[in-house]
Design a protein around this ligand. Sequence first.
Ligand code: NHR
Ligand code: GAR
Length: 193
Amino acid sequence: MKKRVAILISGRGSNMRALIEAAKAKDYPAEIVLVLSNVADAGGLDFARTHKIPTQVIEHKKFPSREIFDNAVNTALKAANAEIVALAGFMRLLSPRFAESWHGRMINIHPSLLPAYKGLHTHKRALEAGEKLHGATVHFVTAELDDGPVILQAKVPVLPGDNEDALASRVLEQEHKIYPEALRLVAEGKAKI
Ligand code: NHR
Ligand code: GAR
């Protein structure tokens, strides 16, 4: 049986697209059953709709607190019978309670070589620090930001003359390779906490 996966997005959704494309393969161990966005006009929603994947918008700004927003997201995930949650450019911190209730079953892709550069603006900070090596990490999500066990990483060089955009697109290309691979490992039970 394929594992039922929900993807959470906030924007463009190129990593979501990579997961949807990978999941089309007959032998892929996961199926995408829901794409949920906290932003109503997230670009990724259109792609999901075109591919006949159920979508849902839950706007965080319509909720009085982070916890109440998280509860609404959790209710949607349960209604879709999701077994695994994949954050793909999802830009809202999740409350500890939510993170704990999906412990070992929620993963994220983060654009740095964790534990370096947790949080936001990773490419800018790596450039400012003069790093020679940068990359992306797929990790299990825990209550602590960008702190859960690492599943896969990809390294890319920082090249002379790089700006944020050039570096981001070099990293993104690798993200699209490692995220589907990492989800496969989790769905097969080969990567676990
Ligand atoms: N939630 C938990 N509990 N643990 C993690 O490791 C999480 C998480 C939620 C999202 C993705 C993460 C990233 O890979 C992620 C990991 C958003 C923020 C943030 O500060 C930080 C990290 C990540 C995602 N968001 C602001 C907030 O107040 C809003 C920023 C904005 O809207 O632009 O939630 O980088
Ligand atoms: C990706 O680079 C992802 O790693 C990063 O945002 C981009 C989303 O692109 N995620 C974060 O910074 C999480 N805070 P996408 O929407 O095209 O997948």
